[in-house]
Every structure is written in C-alpha cells, then in structure tokens.
Design a protein around this ligand. Structure first.
Ligand SMILES: [Zn+2]
Ligand SMILES: [Zn+2]
Length: 463
C-alpha cells in the first residue's frame, strides 16, 4: 500500500493522508492550511488525490486544520461518506459553518476594494452551502468499534483527549493475506487535563503517524500555569486593564472558563466580569453539556451537581456584533475570550486593535500559533503590528501560557507512543514544524531505539 502526505508535513496545518491499496482509497483528514498568505494559497484539492475514486474520508477531529478542506473536497465532486465521531460531527458543523461565513465576509470585503480598483471579483474558498453538503455526507463512528470503510479496510476511532469528539484512528488493511495496522494519532491532548478523558492506550501498531506540534518541549505543569494565570489576572485587576484571551471556540474556551471558576472558588481572586465574545464558543459550550459521555469523571460530577451550569451562567455572552463592539467602551478589569485562536481572523482582531496600544492590557495566548499568524508575531515580541491595515503599537503585556495547551507536550507524546513502541513499529513524525519534529524523532530514537521518519509534503510512503 502507499500513503501520500498532502499536508501537515513540516508544519502543523493542512493534515491530509491518502491511504491507497490495490482495492481501496481512503483519506484521513482533509485540513485547511492556516497561517501566512503563502501557506493559505495551498488550500486546494490536489489533482492526484482525486485522480481515482475515493471510498471514504475519516476525520480525526473537527479543528479546521483537519476538517477545513472537506468543503473543497465536496466541491470537486466527492460524494462518499465522511466518517467521524458524533462529537466531531456536531463540532465540525459549527466550525465549518463559522469558517464559511468568515470566507464569505472576507470575499465581500475584498471585492468592495477590488471593485473600486477595477479588478474582477474573487470567490470565497467555500460557502455555507458547501458545508451543508459536507454535513450530509457525515457518518457516525462509535468510539472503540470497528467499521468497514473500503474493501479490506476497517477503521476504529479511539479517544485522543484533545477536544470534544477527538480521536486517534486505527486502520487495519488486509492485503494479500497480510494485515497491517496503521495508527494516525490525530491531535493528542495532554494527560490529566480537566473536562476531557485522557488519550486512549493503544498497544498494537505496524505503522504510527504521530503529531509533533510540541515535540520539542514540555509544557509547564498545569498547577504552575494556573499560578501564572492568577498573577496576570491580579496585575490586570490592579491596573484596571482588560485581559484578552484569543481562543479557539472549542476546547480552550471551555477549559479557560473552567480554570477561572476554580480560581474564584479558592477565593484568591474575587469574581470579575468575564465575556465570552464568540457565538461559536457559546454554541460549543452548550455542546459540551450535551456530550457528558465524552467528559472525564470530575467534569461529570460537577455537571451532575449542577455546579458547572451555575458557573457558566455567570459568564456574559456576546452573540451579536453590536454586543461585541460595546466591549470597546467598557472599563476594566474584565476578561474577554474571543476567536480566532491564532488572531488571524474574528472578533479578537477588533479587541486587539482597540487595546494592544494600552499598557494596562494583558494578552494571554493559550493555543498554538502558526508561523506568520498575528498571535505568533505578538509572542515573538513585535513592537508594532498591522491590524486591518492599521499600524498598532504593542504596549500591552503579552504572555503565552503553554500549560493550557490542548496538545500533548513531548513527554506525553512519548508516553502515548510507549505501548506501541514495544512492537517496534515504523514511526512517522508529522503535524509539526521541523525543529519539534526532529527533537521528537531524536527522543524516540533515544528511548525506543526506533529511527522515526520525517517526511516532506507530497512524499509517498510505501508500506
Ligand atoms: Zn486540533
Ligand atoms: Zn491539528
């Protein structure tokens, strides 16, 4: 069999693998490239991918860097099933529709300018209509059950602990009387994070594709991260500043709120206004409540006691653009959670534009920031940034709190791999920039004496 890498090789975005045997062709993930304009120009469905019919698409989880090219796939004529867990299907509907609306608005804005310049209009990458087609083709995968997805190919989703509905994917492929087990890690969450269950233990593998977003480092322990979070809140309270938390609507937003409630409960900080400025995050939070089966025991207990509901009821939600805009005129201290997580779009851009130049503002970066994204520029310490074409001085305090990450750090990635490593599988390191990939491969060699591979985008691996 052959596996072709159509993204997330040398970077974290654009995850897409084609698994091809004599009798079947299956795609694992079909993610969007995100970050700089140059990277985003890769957002196409390559000809070689659709040169022959595809039997099935399997989605590890709903984040755009794994699901965002699905509408393009359907646009070029794919009509087959898209398998995902129930949680992923619900979240993907939210995330893809939100992305489609942003694409449409961006195209309208660009076209107003292009029209005045006498240029032809551009088309949005995809629209809510394309997303509706994707949703129609979604088929539910139950965790820990085998499903046939093509001739001689079976798939099983197991918990990945990354966001609601996230999974690692096991594929078994029968060829000429021989069975191979392939594991695609998807994005792996850290062990011991609140709300979600831990990544599942996988014992058997002939070939493992492992993500390496943070393959080069361990996050600070969660307790230290919470302490630093408290200190930053204290600082903002003293100076009456606004705390801006750019956040992915699904996962981070709910976990940050959860940590805030816990902090309030210790009494070290008195409750102050928290704004959830994201219709998608508001909807995603509701989905968390309806998927108790995907929560860990602690979260289930909190929900059953009614505490989680009472806590979330204290959050001020902003559905409309007007409500969001009104936050420009409120006084600090307050905390605003708004998307997009990498500050490359969404309402957070308006809050950054209005507050980055004010020294009492605190910006807390809790998620991964791709190369070229505004969030990455801020973390790199730029003194000026451009937002909506306007130069903004950066006088705010900018802090990255990696301990809140939805991604496993290096030691958790190695811990996940350990039970499989005993079987000496072929290990392929993807979904990471080159430095983290090399560092993780180095550690895999040191600990498990396996020479992990570091393929490039477009590489074809023969298994
Ligand atoms: Zn993810
Ligand atoms: Zn990812």
């Amino acid at each position: 069999m052959e596996i072709t890498l159509y993204g997330a090789a040398g970077e974290v975005t654009g995850s897409c693998y084609l698994v091809e045997t004599d009798s079947a062709r299956v795609v694992v993930d079909c993610g969007l490239f995100q970050g700089s304009d140059k990277v985003e120009r890769l957002n196409k469905i390559p000809h070689s991918l659709i040169a022959k019919p595809i039997d099935a698409v399997i989605l590890t989880h709903a984040h755009l860097d794994h699901s965002g090219r699905l509408p393009l796939f359907v646009k070029v004529g794919y009509r087959g099933p898209i398998y995902a867990t129930k949680g992923s299907i619900d979240i993907a509907r939210l995330i893809l529709n939100d992305a489609a609306n942003i694409q449409v608005q961006d195209a309208q804005r660009a076209n107003r300018i292009r029209h005045r310049a006498g240029l032809p209009p551009i088309e949005p990458l995809f629209t809510p209509k394309d997303v509706a087609a994707v949703c129609q083709q979604m088929r539910e995968l139950n965790y820990n059950q085998w499903h046939a997805v093509g001739q001689n190919i079976r798939v099983q989703a197991v918990e990945a602990g990354h966001i609601l509905g996230s999974s690692s994917v096991k594929l078994t492929v029968n060829e000429n009387g021989d069975t191979q087990t392939l594991i695609f890690s998807g994005d792996l969450g850290p062990f011991g994070a609140p709300i979600l269950r831990d990544p599942a233990r996988i014992d058997e593998a002939d070939t493992v594709f492992i993500e390496s977003t943070y393959g080069d480092r361990n996050h600070r322990p969660l307790t230290e991260t919470i302490t630093e979070f408290e200190q930053l809140i204290h600082r903002a309270i003293c100076t009456k500043g606004k705390i801006l938390v750019p956040t992915f609507a699904v996962g981070r937003a709910q976990q940050i709120l959860y940590h805030l409630f816990q902090i309030f409960k210790t009494g070290s900080i008195s409750p102050f206004p928290i704004y959830l400025d994201s219709p998608m995050a508001i909807a995603a939070t509701e989905l968390y409540f309806t998927h108790q089966d995907l929560m860990d025991e602690e979260a289930i207990a909190l929900q059953n006691s009614g505490q989680l509901m009472r806590d979330f009821a204290t959050v001020i939600t902003c559905q409309t653009a007007d409500e969001s805009r009104a936050l420009n005129n409120i006084e600090g201290p307050c905390l605003i959670l708004a998307g997009a997580g990498m500050c490359n779009a969404g309402r957070i851009l308006h809050h950054l534009k209005h507050n980055l130049w004010i020294s009492s503002t605190v910006v807390i970066i809790v998620g991964y920031q791709a190369r070229g994204s505004l969030g990455r520029l801020l973390l790199d310490g730029r003194s000026k940034v451009k937002i909506f074409g306007e130069t903004i001085a950066v006088r705010a305090t900018i802090r990255g709190l990696g301990g809140f990450s939805a991604h496993a750090g290096q030691s958790d990635l190695l811990r996940w791999l350990e039970p499989m490593a005993r079987q000496r599988p072929r290990v392929i390191v993807t979904h990471g920039e080159d430095h983290p990939r090399h560092e993780l491969a180095h550690k895999i060699h040191e600990l498990y004496h396996i020479d992990a591979e570091i393929p490039r985008m477009g590489d074809i691996l023969t298994i």
